[in-house]
Structures are given as C-alpha cells and as structure tokens.
Ligand binder design. Sequence first.
Ligand code: SF4
Length: 454
Amino acid sequence: MNERDSEAVAAQLVAKGYTLAKSEAVADVVLLNTCSVRDMAERKAINKMSNMIGIAKKERPNQVFGFMGCMAQSRGQELVDKLPDVDLVVGTQKFHRTADYLDEILAGRRDKIVDTAAEEKSEAAIREHLLNGNAQKSVSAFVSIMQGCNQYCTFCIVPYTRGEERSRTIDDIVTECRDLVSRGVKEITLLGQIVTSYGRREKRDEWRVTSGASASFPSPVTRHPSSPFVRLLEAVHEIPGLERIRFTSPHPKGYGDDLVDAYARLPKLCESAHIPVQSGSDRLLKIMHRGYTRERFLGIIEKLRRAKPGIGVSTDIIVGFPGETEEDFEQTLSLAREVEFDQAYIFKYSPRRDTPAADMPDQLPTSVKEERNERLLQLVNEIAARNYEKLVGTQVQILVEGPSKKNPARMMGRTRCNKIVVFDGSDRHRGQVMDVKITRAGSFTLYGEPDILE
Ligand code: SF4
C-alpha cells in the first residue's frame, strides 16, 4: 500500500516537472512515506529522518524534508516539534496535495506545512502511475480501490491512521485499469486495507457504471447476489488484454460464497489467496475482534481448495498477543499444520498507541514473543519447503516480470499461485505468459526452464 501511495505521489511530482533523484544524497526534496503498523517501523523512520537532516545541515542546507503516510497521520505536528527541520507532514488523505505544498515551500510562500485533515473523495486521489518511469514497461501494477477500515481489530492502528472505509466507484477503477493495460500492464492487483468490504458503505445508486465497464451496480430496488467487491472483479475481468487479477488484503469474514465462486468463474482471477488469520485460537480471535472463528476460517480454505485445487494460500499471523497462553499458541501451530500455508508472514505483537490491545493486561515479554515467533517460523518454513519441493518436475504458467532481484542476469516471473520462478531468459520475455518446467526449489523461490525459448 505504501509503495503504491509513494508511486502515485512521485508520478504527481513528475507531472509537475520534478525529476526523480537517484538517491536522497542528491535530492532537493526527500519525502519519507511511513508505516505505523509496528513500533519498529516508526522508530526506523524517525532515525532515518534525523540522520538525513544531520547530514543535510552540513552539506545541503536547502534540502526540503517531509513525512507522509500513517505515522505522519497519527503524529502530525508532534513530528515537527520533535524534528524542527522537517518542512512538511502529509497525512493519509492528503497525498495528492504534496506537489502543491512543495511548490509553496520551495517558493518560500510557506515555511512549514502540516496537513492531516480528512478530505472527502481522497480515496480516489491515488491514481497516477510511474510504471518504472516508463523506461521499462511494467508488467504488473497495483490499483488502490478503497481506503480505510471499519473493522477495528484491537491490535491495529490502521482504522485510526487511514480512517473510515471509503471506496472508489467501479467506473473510476476500471478506467484506471484500462489505461494501465493500454500501457502494457498484464497483471493488476487491487489494493485496499480490507478489500472484501469494498463498496459496502456507499449508497447503491452512486455505484452505477457509466462508461467503459459493462458491469453495473443494481438499482436500489433489485438486489444482486454478489457483493460489490465481486462485481468489481467481474468488471475488471472484462478488460481486454488484461491477463491476471489479484487482490490484497481481504478479510476472512468477507470471503462469502460469491467470492469463492468468482475464483471458479473468472479465469483471469489468479488462484492465490492471501487471507490473514492472525491466530488459531478462538479465544484470541474474539479478543482481537476479528469477527470469525477458526472453524469458519478452515471452512473458507476448504471451499477455496474445492473450487480451485492447488490454490496458493498465504496468511498473516500475530504471535505474543496480550494474554496469549501456550495453549492458544498451540492452536495457532495446529492451524498452520492443518492449512499448510504456502507462506505465512509472522509478526511479534507490537503495542500501538490508542489501540485497545495496548492497554490489555498480560502483555507478554519479548523473550516469549521471540520464542513463539521462532517456533512458528520453523513450522511454516518446513511446510512451505515441502510444498515447494512437490512442484519440482511440474509445469507451471508464469507471467515474466523482469530481471530477478537477486541475480539480474536471470529473469523472474510469478506463477498464478504467486510463487516466484527464476529462469534463464532475456528481456524479450518480459510481459510474456509462458510455461516453465520447475527443476529446483529454493527458499520461497522456484527455478525453472522454459519449455521453448524463442
Ligand atoms: S481488518 Fe486489517 S486493517 Fe482493518 S483493523 Fe483489522 S487488521 Fe487492521
């Protein structure tokens, strides 16, 4: 999400005549887009800003510094009080104002700007794309479909930093996707804090499609059995030239039968699901305010695997939530064993201010969190290694994205199940959908040989 927001701000700046600097050491303006999900991320951002300011004071006294994003939103003026050389603080509903604010600061009309106010329709303001500065064609792009979250999980700061759920219209999103496809994009990932709640809070008559997309929201009197999110998937699916659709992050409680059915119905929807479970203990799921049970979660996975055998399933899990007993943790381990996730992102619980969990009793010591993190990680890695190994000798379809990050002499692509495949190829394969035979499995990476190298 932050990468996407940063890209949109950069694209807005480029459109105004700014150019992207190679590094902060040679930039006139440095903007740090920040995350608040864990304490460590906030501390890192503040330390980085403080170091950059220290260097700039000696070498580049006119350099302009700004914070954007979630920490900017939650701390606002406090950041300028702490670091008086910061010139700009832009909240999560104000990304699109950044270019204008910079103009004012650089022209000397204003000294400092802190803007964290809410702004109506700001959810539709993240729309510009750089596509790698257009120098290289991007194959895959993210499209922001909504902002905010109303779930208020007790550990999560997002509803406070991103605000209430607000969704863009299907028409608006489809227009952006069509434009991306016309610029060479083959895969679109629909983005939001809780995408399965897309469009649930907007009035239905505002959701009619007026151009481009053939799908439209039903009138207020006719009820369509599909959720607005599935209607959006259907509309994006109709875009000619688009090969693949993904989305993140959904919420398990939004995985209705209509969404499960969409996997079976819509061939462009990749058989890959990142479904954050957070815990395998019903007791903790309740305290976390997650809105589902272990049984319901397992039921969704079963249905998805029935609809799309071999679907890639990944998740997020928190260890060391306040009051998590060894028994609760065992439940998480057993869930991980039962589901056999292809990948799981494990987080040690980090208290976030103003969230209910931060004030709960029985906060666990770091040593317990680390020990549980280690045990779960080991289990997840063992299971994933087994699952990856099973793919050796099989043929998979990949979309080639570009050079491998670790070894730019080789190319990388992604399977429909969202597994990375590295192979010997060349830049002419970028953007191609091709069949690859898997020859070896590494840690969360597969290695393969294309069937026919043209
Ligand atoms: S659903 Fe996700 S974004 Fe929303 S409060 Fe819960 S964890 Fe945070």
